[in-house]
Ligand binder design. Structure first.
Ligand code: ARG
Length: 384
């Protein structure tokens, strides 16, 4: 999976002091703070950096900065809601004195707060950022809740093929799953300079939805399910020159992410042949458009199932309309709307949505969320 389209232009960081000052200036501008207040803050930050090599964000810098980072992200169609992101300050966790178990507890708490009894909240938890001589805490998982993929001898995978490398890595660390197609993976926590440690999530931290179809009773028999909401864990929040290497971000799903990617991609759960079979479609020739018809019904099933379970999810038509509203609002505020067209256009029915005909510049501004390398993959250049 590509994290960023190749044409994205990621501006290089200008360094700690310059990025810190740019953040302070931007916040002062956007929030119409008094000029001398911003200048005093910039002086204070310069002094902290010269004495300690780093500085500490105020609550406001952290919260407003994380919101702007979301707004700047070029791959998210849900940015309309950027102002409502809630930020949990858990910066006390992640430094050298942290116990992995405490950090895990805070991650579970993050999932519970994001789930919010079924009324999913847009939530980010900021753990300790990297500091001089201390690279910052990591979670190895791409998302806090994800399914295992077990490679079989014949090369096929039971479960989610996207999780196969990670599953092998946790099995090398001693984990054993139940061996179903939907085993929730353990959370792997690695503190700077320590060995990774594994933790199993309690079931209430990983709510799931069973997938059924409003008019095909056989659909349930496919045994499909998905976790209620995504919690991205492998992106660094780059904010004012500081790197928050652990800043899990939860929101709600768009149905196409599950129906038109996770459950249907040929290198994921690859369910279209089974759905088409259930529908009695002729799968011998591409021209019968059996894939397209099965894909549509799979998306119908995902929406229906989340709706029935009372779990918030949006469809791609609503999502893209909101995105265009966001874009217009941004232009009215005198800003642009950097975006990566290939990530904004939904994976199904792209041309029926208003974003199809639009043009976007995928410029990666700061602050932002940038993908981190998988920690278990050797870099091949002698570095661990
Ligand atoms: N596409 C990813 C997934 O299927 C989640 C990415 C974030 N999506 C979101 N709706 N916040 O799990």
């Amino acid at each position: 999976m590509h994290a960023y389209a190749p044409q994205s232009v990621v501006a290089p960081s200008r360094g700690l002091e310059a990025e810190a000052e740019a953040l302070i200036r931007q916040l002062a501008d956007e929030q119409r703070l008094a000029r001398d207040e911003a200048e005093a803050r910039a002086r204070e930050v310069r002094r902290d950096i010269s004495v300690t090599g780093t500085y500490t964000h105020t609550e406001r810098e952290l919260t407003e900065g994380a919101r702007i980072a979301w707004r700047n992200n070029v791959r998210c169609v849900g940015k309309f809601y950027w102002r409502s992101l809630a930020v949990r300050d858990v910066r006390r966790l992640g430094g050298a004195a942290t116990e992995e178990a405490d950090l895990f507890e805070a991650l579970v708490e993050h999932l519970r707060e994001a789930w919010n009894g079924g009324r999913i909240r847009l939530l980010l938890s900021a753990f300790a950022p990297a500091a001089p001589g201390c690279p910052g805490p990591r979670v190895w998982n791409s998302q806090l809740v994800r399914y295992a993929g077990y490679r079989r001898a014949d090369g096929s995978v039971l479960g989610d093929p996207a999780g196969a490398d990670f599953t092998e890595a946790v099995m090398r660390l001693g984990w054993r799953g139940r061996g179903t197609a939907f085993d929730v993976l353990p959370v792997v926590i690695q503190l700077p300079g320590r060995e990774p440690r594994l933790f199993d999530l309690p079931p209430d931290a990983a709510p799931e939805v069973l997938i059924s179809h409003p008019s095909y009773p056989w659909f349930e028999g496919l045994g499909l399910r998905w976790h209620a909401f995504p919690s991205i864990a492998n992106h660094v929040l780059e904010l004012g020159g500081l790197r928050y290497t652990l800043a899990p971000f939860s929101g709600w799903y768009t149905c196409a992410e599950i129906g038109a990617r996770n459950l249907s991609d040929t290198n994921r759960y690859d369910m279209l042949p089974a759905v088409a079979h259930g529908m009695g479609l002729d799968t011998r020739r591409d021209r019968t458009l059996w894939r397209d018809r099965a894909l549509l019904e799979l998306n119908v099933a995902v929406l229906h199932s989340y709706d029935t379970a009372g779990v918030p999810i949006i469809d791609h038509h609503f999502a893209t309309k909101q995105f265009v509203r966001h874009e217009n609002r941004e232009f009215r505020s005198g800003r642009g709307c950097p975006a990566d067209w290939s990530a904004i256009v939904p994976a199904t029915s792209g041309s029926t949505t208003p974003v199809w005909q639009r043009h976007y510049e995928p410029t990666v501004l700061r602050p932002n969320f940038l993908p981190l390398p998988d920690p278990w993959v050797p870099r091949g250049d002698g570095e661990a």
